[in-house]
Design a protein around this ligand. Structure first.
Ligand code: SAH
Ligand code: SF4
Length: 352
């Protein structure tokens, strides 16, 4: 077992490795090849917290790994459960001291985990708490997965859906996010169906083309949130680089190339993007794209002046948009009392 000793100071991050990479580790340790699958299952299917649990691995291998490999990439710092719905928000501390958030939600029989992909975010959307933090760093594949593995282990039921809608922009951490999604989808891992894994982007256009060309089966969601460039430039600065027509062209390319629908997310903000004219423009913008539209009434935060539209205005908007040729869903915010929007718990804790 000496092959790994050259880089022993730094513990190996096993979580985040795919089956091939784990196979290489096992081979270098001169263990039998089938040990790789066993180890993979312990990591990703059984969410093992320690090597002691890996009862069908030889003791010598377990002892070796426990000295050389790091299994715990994060620990819970705060956990808040909603009193009004079945959602729970986690604040996790990473090994370097940085913190990230993840959310567990139950809605219409789906048990969904919302994962962070970065510490902070560089894109600075004006309505978003994570945007206020600035960008700190990308998460490793293991750190992305460990959020799921921790929550999965804690929960009584199997998780059915994953959304990459926590802190950060998934398409600015493309490789690590796709690798994490693949492991979540893998047969020997949690085996979450690819159609139940959604990656949400603010509109990193080159990455949308890449995602389409690579032919992934994961779902794509695009946060549109505005109907004119003037409006979107203000709330989502990424729009100055990739304006609405360029973004929608990329979305069309994705639907043509993959024969899949794209989901547009539209956060409804009072007196900003919630007028009848907005609803009409939105209908027109999306009318020739095979898509679904997800309307999300704004989740108010104490870090921004934006408000949720009042009920009457919301109803009018929804009524107008329902005339569209595409499917529309309204996602009533989960966990409003636990600061459900991404970045909120982090900022609150930081200021405590
Ligand atoms: N960076 C990616 C994914 C993380 S944000 C993206 O922007 O798509 C996930 C979603 O949460 C986005 O649709 C974003 O518009 C939305 N969001 C951010 N802050 C919100 C808030 N306070 N209320 C409701 N939705 C919010
Ligand atoms: Fe980043 Fe998404 Fe928040 Fe914008 S909405 S700041 S892209 S996490």
């Amino acid at each position: 077992m000496s092959e790994l000793s050259s880089d022993l100071e730094k513990k190996i991050e096993l979580k985040g490795m795919d089956l091939n990479e784990i196979g290489t580790i096992i081979k270098n340790l001169r263990e039998k090849p089938f040990r790789a699958k066993q180890l993979y299952k312990w990591l990703y299917r059984k969410s093992a917290f320690s090597f002691d649990e890996m009862s069908d691995l030889p003791l010598i291998l377990r002892n070796y790994l426990s000295k050389r490999a790091e299994l715990k990439l994060l620990e819970p710092k705060k956990k808040v459960s909603s009193k009004i719905d079945a959602s729970t928000k986690y604040l996790f501390k990473l090994r370097d001291g940085n913190c990230i958030e993840s959310v567990y939600m139950e809605y219409q029989g789906r048990k969904t985990v919302c994962l962070s992909t970065q510490v902070g975010c560089s894109l600075n959307c004006s309505f978003c708490s994570t945007g206020k933090m600035g960008f700190i760093r990308n998460l490793s594949t293991g750190e992305i997965l460990d959020q799921f593995l921790f929550i999965n282990r804690e929960s009584d039921f199997s998780i059915t859906n994953i959304v990459f809608m926590g802190m950060g922009e998934p398409f600015l951490n493309y490789e690590n996010v796709i690798k994490a999604a693949r492991i979540l989808n893998s047969e020997l891992g949690p085996e979450i169906s690819a159609r139940k894994i959604t990656i949400s982007t603010s509109g990193i256009v080159p990455a949308i083309y890449r995602f389409a060309d690579e032919g992934h089966k994961f779902k794509l969601a695009i946060s549109l949130n505005a109907t004119t460039d003037a409006q979107r430039d203000k709330s989502m600065p990424i729009n100055r680089k990739y304006p609405i027509n360029v973004l929608l062209e990329a979305a069309k390319y994705y639907t043509r190339k993959t024969k899949r629908r794209v989901t547009f997310e539209y956060v409804l903000i009072k007196d900003f993007n919630d007028s009848i004219d907005d609803a009409k423009r939105l209908r027109k913008l999306l009318s020739d794209i095979p898509c679904k539209l997800n309307l999300i009434p704004y989740n108010e935060t104490e870090f921004s002046p934006y408000k949720i539209p009042d009920e009457e205005r919301l109803e009018k908007f929804i009524k107008e948009i329902h005339r569209a040729p595409f499917a529309v869903t309204v996602r009533r915010s989960q966990g409003r009392d636990i600061k459900g929007a991404c970045g909120q718990l982090y900022l609150q804790t930081k200021n405590e």
